[in-house]
Write a protein that binds this ligand. Structure first.
Ligand code: G3H
Ligand code: 13P
Ligand code: ZN
Length: 330
C-alpha cells in the first residue's frame, strides 16, 4: 500500500473549493510518457497553475502503474526543482470497476473516477457509493458521472449524447457521496466530436459545432450550488495542428473540437475540472511529423521528441492562461 501523501501529491478537495470560489477550472491533462509529463509540469510551474495528471486505462496498459506512480512522484520533485511548488493530483481517468479504483488508490493515486454512466441509474449509484466508501477511508477524492457522452467512452460507443438530467443530480450526489460530478452537455471524446452534418461552415470552410448545452449546466448548478462539476471531452482540436498533420502526410478528416470561447465560459461557471487529452496528441503528432519531414536523416528520438515537448508546453500554457483561467492560482 502506497499513500499518495508520501508521494507529495494532493487530493482534489482544496483545489476544487478554490476553483469553484474563484471561477476558474483546474486543467486535467492525460499523460502516458515522460515528454508529455515534462511539458505539463513545465507549463503548470511556469504559469503557477495547479494540475491534475490523468491516467487512463489505456495509459496503464501502455506504461505500467508502478512507472506512472513513480513518474508522478518525480513530477512533484521536478516542479520544486523548477522553482515553484504547485498542487499536483494523480487521478484515475474513467475507472471501470471497483477493483481498478482500489488498485489505483492502493498504488498512490490521490483521486479516482468511477465511470458507471453507462449502467442503469441504480447500478451506477451502488458502484459509485462502493468506490467512495473505500476512497474516503484513504482520503482519496472521487469523481462520478451522470449522462453519456457521444462517441467512444470506456469501450461504449454512443451515436448521440445522453445529456445529464438535472433532476437526478441531487439524488446521485447525496446517495453516493462523490466529491465531483462529470456531466454530459454536448462534449465528446476524440478529434471528431461532431459529424459534419451537425455543424455549420464558416466562410473559410471550417466546421463550426453546435454550442454546448449551457442551459443544462445552469439547471445542474441550480440543483447543486457550489458543487464541483467536471467536463470530459474538452479538447479544442486546433486547426493549426490538424492542418500541420495533414500537410506532413497524416490522414485526418472532419476533425472538430469544442471552441475555446465555450470552454472559457464553462470554466467561469460551476465547471472546475476540464479534461484534455486529444489536443496533446495532436500537438505532439504535428510537431513530430513536421520535424521528420524537414529532417529525414534524424533517427535519434530526442531530436523529434524535444520539439514535440516544446510545442506541448506552449499549448498547455495557453490553455491555463487563456482558457481555464488556472494561471497564478497555485
Ligand atoms: O477519456 C479518454 C482519454 O482520452 C484516454 O484515452 O484510453 O486511449 O488513453 P486512452
Ligand atoms: P478529449 O478527447 O476531448 O481530449 O477528452 C479527454 C477526456 O475527456 C479524458 O477523460
Ligand atoms: Zn473522459
Amino acid at each position: 500500500m502506497t499513500s499518495y501523501k508520501d508521494l507529495g501529491l494532493v487530493n482534489t478537495k482544496e483545489m476544487f473549493k478554490k476553483a469553484v470560489d474563484g471561477g476558474y477550472a483546474i486543467p486535467a491533462y492525460n499523460f502516458n510518457n515522460m515528454e508529455q509529463l515534462q511539458a505539463i509540469i513545465q507549463a503548470c510551474v511556469e504559469t503557477k497553475s495547479p494540475v491534475i495528471l490523468q491516467v487512463s486505462k489505456g495509459a496503464r496498459d501502455y506504461a505500467n502503474i508502478n512507472l506512472l506512480r513513480n513518474m508522478a512522484k518525480g513530477a512533484t520533485e521536478y516542479a520544486k526543482e523548477l522553482g515553484f511548488e504547485i498542487p499536483i493530483t494523480l487521478h484515475l481517468d474513467h475507472g471501470d470497476s471497483f477493483e481498478t479504483c482500489k488498485e489505483c488508490i492502493d498504488n498512490g493515486f490521490s483521486s479516482v473516477m468511477i465511470d458507471g454512466s453507462h449502467f442503469p441509474y441504480e447500478e451506477n449509484v451502488a458502484l459509485t457509493k462502493k468506490v467512495v466508501e473505500y476512497a474516503h477511508a484513504h482520503d482519496v477524492t472521487v469523481e462520478g458521472e451522470l449522462g453519456i457522452l457521444a462517441g467512444i467512452e470506456d469501450d461504449v460507443v454512443a451515436e448521440e449524447s445522453t445529456y445529464t438530467q438535472p433532476e437526478e443530480v441531487v439524488d446521485f450526489v447525496s446517495k453516493t457521496g462523490v466529491d465531483s460530478l462529470a456531466i454530459s452537455i454536448g462534449t465528446s471524446h476524440g478529434a471528431n466530436k461532431f459529424k459534419p452534418a451537425q455543424c455549420t461552415k464558416n466562410t473559410d470552410g471550417v466546421l463550426i459545432p453546435p454550442p454546448l448545452r449551457f442551459d443544462i449546466l445552469k439547471e445542474i448548478e441550480k440543483e447543486l450550488p457550489g458543487f464541483p462539476i467536471v467536463l470530459h471531452g474538452s479538447s479544442s482540436v486546433p486547426m493549426k495542428y490538424v492542418n500541420e498533420i495533414i500537410e506532413f502526410g497524416g490522414d485526418l478528416k472532419d476533425s472538430v473540437g469544442i471552441p475555446s470561447s465555450q470552454l472559457r465560459e464553462a470554466a467561469t461557471s460551476a465547471v472546475c475540472k476540464i479534461n484534455i487529452d486529444s489536443d496533446g496528441r495532436l500537438a505532439m503528432t504535428a510537431a513530430i511529423r513536421k520535424h521528420l519531414a524537414e529532417n529525414p536523416g534524424d533517427f535519434d528520438p530526442r531530436k523529434y521528441l524535444a520539439p514535440a515537448r516544446a510545442e506541448l508546453k506552449v499549448m498547455y500554457m495557453d490553455k491555463n492562461i487563456n482558457v481555464l483561467g488556472s494561471a497564478n492560482k497555485a
